[in-house]
Design a protein around this ligand. Sequence first.
Ligand SMILES: *Cc1c(COP(=O)(O)O)cnc(C)c1O
Length: 410
Amino acid sequence: MALVNIHFLNLQSNYLFADIAKKVNAFKVMHPKADVISLGIGDVTQPLCPAVIEAMHKAVDEMATAKGFRGYGPEQGYDFLREAIVKNDFLPRGVRLSTDEIFINDGAKSDTGNFQELLHWDNFIGVTDPIYPVYIDSNVMIGRCGTYRDGHWTNVRYMPTTAENGFIPELPKGRPVDVIYLCYPNNPTGTVITKQELRRWVNYALKNDALILFDAAYQAYIQDPDIPHSIYEIRGARKCAVEFRSFSKTAGFTGVRCGYTVVPHEVSVATFEGERIPLHQLWLRRQTTKFNGTSYISQRAAEAIYSPEGRLQVQQTIDYYMQNARRMLTVLRDSGFECYGGENAPYIWMRTPNGMGSWQFFEALLYGTQVVCTPGVGFGPSGEGYVRFTAFSSHEKTEEALNRIEAWSK
Ligand SMILES: *Cc1c(COP(=O)(O)O)cnc(C)c1O
């Protein structure tokens, strides 16, 4: 008899965005003529930049010749891309990595979800709350999170990040956490972490022999020069942290698929007998068994964003989205809403007015303005009473949505 992995049955209902789509579709069925604007799901809208398109065309043409054809590539990714990453993403920030510490992947969701399988099933995980749902759900799937009660998993330490603590989560008290997920700039709150705060987490991890899984998918949106882009800007992080990066939000690769994970040689975890096992060795073994690489065309596309033209063009698109973010902050605040984030990230985190629940406000906004936001509670219990808006829409649609919200709020 083929038995099910019962942990999958413990997952909470649908994926958040499937629930939202269902509600939006119900609205559209009732109001077929309505012009619905989505500032909900975190997907980009602007086309790939010319440098990337050119590199992709060139790669396709190479594949059409016997000489230029590529089959399976190296599992860890092509050297041309790994070298460009080390040289452009890390060296300018004073971080020295070797190319073999970079693992190219098909986007950060896969690796942020998969990495936990290198760890013993009863590690105690900690997350800042609210958070990108992939971290917890991927741990639920292998039975690491306990049972779900009152919006919480019993074996997960939630570290609230709310307006009340200035979006600075406290270090875990009591039972030490073994594995910590941090995401900065943060999805969904759009807030960032200072070097000083990040140093506290690295020191906690070193002191408690914990592992930090650091998701930097939005680092390209940081405007403030003092905010760290990589956890390796903190001394000691090479011993206790793995970092995930993605070209999805950086360069509009949500449909192209390419990202990478940094696993330094020094980062290790223990056996019960106290032996140290380097995670690099395990992740390499895992990837060579379960992953056959990212397409050559996608990797050439990613390489192109590091060319002088590519850098400029990618920056223009990021500036375009950040212009939306600034407009959103201005108009929403002028309309009397309490907003956070949006300064170093493409997300605005807004407190719902009059203590409304997240889903209640989501529906009121949808029916009142035909604008879609994301209910904050979908990202964790501390997200209740907030909603998330993304800056990834076009200027025109963002402006139209803001006009409607402004009129509606009066
Ligand atoms: C969008 C996003 C990612 C990246 O996903 P990809 O699989 O690279 O498209 C990773 N982490 C967070 C927090 C995100 O919001």
